[in-house]
Each structure stands twice: as C-alpha cells, then as structure tokens.
Design a protein around this ligand. Structure first.
Ligand SMILES: *[C@@H]1O[C@H](CO)[C@@H](O)[C@H](O)[C@H]1NC(C)=O
Ligand SMILES: *[C@@H]1O[C@H](CO)[C@@H](O)[C@H](O)[C@H]1NC(C)=O
Ligand SMILES: *[C@@H]1O[C@H](CO)[C@@H](O)[C@H](O)[C@H]1NC(C)=O
Ligand SMILES: *[C@@H]1O[C@H](CO)[C@@H](O)[C@H](O)[C@H]1NC(C)=O
Ligand SMILES: *[C@@H]1O[C@H](CO)[C@@H](O)[C@H](O)[C@H]1NC(C)=O
Ligand SMILES: *[C@@H]1O[C@H](CO)[C@@H](O)[C@H](O)[C@H]1NC(C)=O
Ligand SMILES: *[C@@H]1O[C@H](CO)[C@@H](O)[C@H](O)[C@H]1NC(C)=O
Ligand SMILES: *[C@@H]1O[C@H](CO)[C@@H](O)[C@H](O)[C@H]1NC(C)=O
Length: 368
C-alpha cells in the first residue's frame, strides 16, 4: 500500500504536478499558525447547479468540472493531477463521501484526512480494480512500514454511488461502506503502536484523483497502482456527488499545545468558525427575491414600463409615477444599498428595463 504522502514525492518528480501533501508547517518541529476549525456539520453537494465556495474549499491542483450530479476530478494528460482540499480542519469527526472511482491502471482516487503533523486516514480506490477500495492510516508521517492497509470489496465502484464513511474519535477509527462497518482500528492496537501512530490531530479533508503509475514513481508504487497509466485509455474521471463532514469539536480554531502530536495537547479556541459564519451567511438574493422586495408600486411601474404603449398603460404609469414620487425614483429603489452587492445583476436588470421603456416609447422618468 502507498499512502497519500507518496504523492508528494511523486509530485516532486513529476514537475508540472504541484506538490499535493507536503505540510506547510509541521507542528512537531516548529510553532505553526492555528488551524481553522470546521466546528460544525455540513453536507456539500456538488453538481452543475452548485458553485465551489472558495472560502471553504481550495482546488489546489488541477481543476474541477461539474456534471449534473457530481464534481468531476479528471486526468487526461501526462503529469496531470487533481486535489481539492478543505480550508478547515476537523478534530475527530465523520466524513461521509459519495464517490465513483476513476477506472484505469495506475490511477488512484482518494478521500483522505490529513493533519499538519502528517497523521492520515485514507480511502483509496486503485484504478485497476473497480470492485475494491483500500483503507489505510498513518501516524505522524511514519511511512516506514506499509502493513496497515486494508482492502474491501465494493460492487461497481466506478459506476455506482456508494457511501464511504470514516468515523473517527480519540479511541477508535472506523471505515464504513453503505452502512456496514468494514474495518475498525483502536487507539490501543499494535498497528497503531499503542496509540503513538494513531491519527489524533486536526485534519483537513483532501480529495484527489492522481496518477500513481508514473515512470518516475518507485517500482513498488507502480506495482501497487496496477501498472503505468496508459493515457490512451483516458480521460480518467473520479466523481464526487456529496460530502458530509462533521467536526466532533465546536470552536473557531485548533492549535498544538506542544510538539508531542498527542490529541491531549490540542487546544480548542472557542467561537464561531469562519466556515460556520460563511455557511450562515444569507444567500445572495436572486432577482426574483429582489423583485418581491420592491413591493407592488414598483412592480406596477416596471410592468407598465415594459408593456406595450397604450392609453391604459399611460394612465397606469401616471398613477404609478405619482406613487413613486414619494419613495423616490424607481432607479433609487433598485439601487437601494441593500442590493448594492449584486451590481452586475442589477445593472442588467436596469438596462433591460430601460431598453423596454425605450422600445415602447416609455415615459419620462419621475424626477425629484
Ligand atoms: C512529466 O514529468 C516528468 C518528470 O518531471 C518529466 O520528465 C516529463 O517530461 C513530464 N512529461 C510531460 C509530458 O510533461
Ligand atoms: C520534523 O521532525 C520529524 C521528527 O520529529 C522529522 O522526521 C522531520 O524530518 C522534520 N521535518 C522537518 C521539515 O524538519
Ligand atoms: C490553495 O492551495 C494552494 C496550493 O497549495 C496554495 O498556494 C494557496 O495558498 C491555497 N489557497 C488558500 C486560499 O488557502
Ligand atoms: C445538486 O445540488 C443541490 C444542492 O446544491 C442538491 O439539492 C441537488 O439534489 C443536487 N442534484 C443532484 C442531481 O445531485
Ligand atoms: C514507525 O512505524 C514502524 C512500523 O510500525 C515502527 O516500527 C517504528 O518504530 C515507527 N517509528 C516511529 C518514529 O514511530
Ligand atoms: C479486486 O478486489 C476484490 C476485493 O478485494 C478482489 O476480490 C478481486 O479479486 C480484485 N480484482 C482484481 C482484478 O484484482
Ligand atoms: C452513510 O453511512 C454512514 C455510516 O454507516 C451513515 O451514518 C449515514 O447515515 C449514511 N448516509 C446516508 C445518506 O445514508
Ligand atoms: C454564531 O453562529 C450562530 C449560529 O450557528 C449564530 O446564531 C451566532 O449569532 C453566531 N455568533 C456570532 C458571534 O457571530
């Protein structure tokens, strides 16, 4: 088995592929800035009607495309790779991902939790086998032994959505597929070196489709990946429909109290996380909502402005104009500072309105 850390080595070799997983600051060696917390639970759906919130997610390598029911991580060219990472960290919690793996020898789809001191929890789909997913974990970047991996049967992992859930607390770590627990690791297990190599520090969520079978990769890695990537078989696409992430702690950020990497040393700073504030932010108003906000007087004015010229319309307009006079010009209503954030949309709206006004002979604007 190869862990996500290997990607860093591969990426370094692969030149154009950006480094995927070197930790920017390892708290075991030095003092690092605090990690922004998730501090809540949220489900992200990915599809053509959604937009990636870049205050929460960072597409740090490659690019994403969207289908009508998923985000697509595609590699089609040599040295191409993809990585979406959360700007937030969870300090124990749940990650539920709905994934269709990329099929193809040498290609690896992955959903990974990784901390600044390189604790790691993996789901990895190795492209040559569409009936399996691998589970793995690492503690404090210790890759000296690759005996921790598990392989689990899953039907048609490339064409069917499955629910891959990681449940992670300080005393146990579980991997679940479609509601069945397929693996459990206890803090006290020997493979976790009695807790020493048990993942236990705040982790980011990292989703990636990457080429493990590269000429430049270590022999063992190519073998694990099922051979070299044959780009003629591409493009290779991993799809992610949705992701539910729950942080077992609430708070604003997490910091390392010392250089032990022990969960007991992690300090939780209270308050709302940036992500929580972002999620609670009212959605930008749609044109329809702004329209509704304007009230009847303005509606009639605009309808009338757009209506075919005619006596009735003119009469209606005259009435409307009178009604509008008190409130100020219609443009002012539209320009209300509450809506100032969406200038472009409003501008189009106003242009359309002015145009139809113009087309239909219109009326002179009320001035006051
Ligand atoms: C891919 O990366 C390797 C290693 O850096 C490099 O030798 C090779 O030219 C690259 N291939 C392409 C097509 O960019
Ligand atoms: C950080 O410390 C670990 C051991 O605690 C060491 O293996 C690693 O090389 C160090 N990393 C850096 C960047 O100094
Ligand atoms: C996104 O990731 C890239 C590459 O790791 C990094 O340079 C950049 O600072 C990140 N952006 C944010 C907003 O974190
Ligand atoms: C697309 O995403 C929205 C949430 O933004 C979700 O409600 C909807 O069910 C998704 N559609 C599909 C087909 O997955
Ligand atoms: C790394 O893991 C190996 C195998 O589990 C173990 O023998 C070794 O002591 C570990 N090294 C450290 C520094 O924890
Ligand atoms: C794929 O993995 C499953 C589950 O471990 C295994 O039964 C099957 O033999 C594997 N298929 C291939 C082609 O390696
Ligand atoms: C996915 O699996 C987890 C673990 O079994 C479960 O708690 C969760 O409810 C499942 N999600 C859905 C939408 O069924
Ligand atoms: C924190 O978030 C909650 C909603 O989860 C909100 O009611 C509260 O006003 C927020 N507090 C601050 C200080 O923003």
């Amino acid at each position: 088995m190869r862990n996500f850390l290997t990607v860093a080595a591969l990426a370094a070799l692969a030149g154009s592929t950006a480094a995927q997983t070197f930790t920017e600051c390892n708290p075991l060696n030095t003092t690092c800035p605090a990690d922004p917390a998730l501090g809540t639970e949220h489900t992200w759906w990915f599809n053509s009607s959604t937009k990636l919130d870049t205050t929460i997610w960072n597409m740090s390598t490659g690019s994403l495309t969207y289908s009508n029911d998923a985000a697509e991580f595609t590699i089609s060219k040599v040295n191409e790779s993809t990585l979406l990472q959360s700007n937030f960290y969870i300090f124990f919690g749940v990650v539920e991902s709905w994934v269709k793996m990329a099929k193809g020898a040498g290609v690896v789809s992955s959903v990974v939790l990784e901390s600044d001191d390189l604790d790691e929890i993996d789901w990895e789909w190795v492209g040559y086998n569409t009936s399996a997913v691998q589970s793995n974990f690492f503690g404090k970047g210790n890759t000296t032994s690759y005996d921790r991996g598990g392989t689990h049967y899953v039907a048609n992992a490339d064409t069917e959505w499955h629910n891959y859930t990681t449940w992670w607390d300080s005393d146990k770590l579980q991997w679940w597929i479609d509601g069945k627990m397929v693996r459990e690791l206890l803090y006290t297990d020997a493979t976790a070196l009695g807790g020493k190599n048990y993942p236990q520090t705040p982790c980011q969520v990292k989703i990636s489709n990457w080429p493990a079978g590269l000429e430049s990769a270590a022999h063992g890695t190519i073998e694990w990946a099922g051979g070299l990537v044959n780009y003629a078989d591409g493009p290779f696409t991993m799809s992610v429909q949705r992701l539910r992430v729950q942080d077992f702690h609430t708070g604003k950020e997490y910091s390392y109290g010392d250089k032990s990497g022990d969960f007991k040393s992690i300090k939780v700073t209270g308050g709302n996380s940036t992500v929580l504030d972002e999620l609670n932010k009212p959605p930008p108003k749609s044109l329809a909502e702004k329209w509704a906000d304007l009230g009847n007087g303005a509606h009639i004015g605009i309808y009338a402005g757009a209506a075919a010229a005619g006596v009735l319309a003119i009469v209606a307009l005259a009435l409307v104009c009178l009604r509008q006079r008190r409130k100020g010009r219609l443009e002012h209503a539209l320009d209300d500072s509450r809506y100032a954030t969406e200038r472009t949309e409003m501008q189009n709206f106003q242009n359309d309105w002015k145009q139809s006004e113009w087309k239909h002979g219109g009326y002179s604007k009320v001035s006051n």
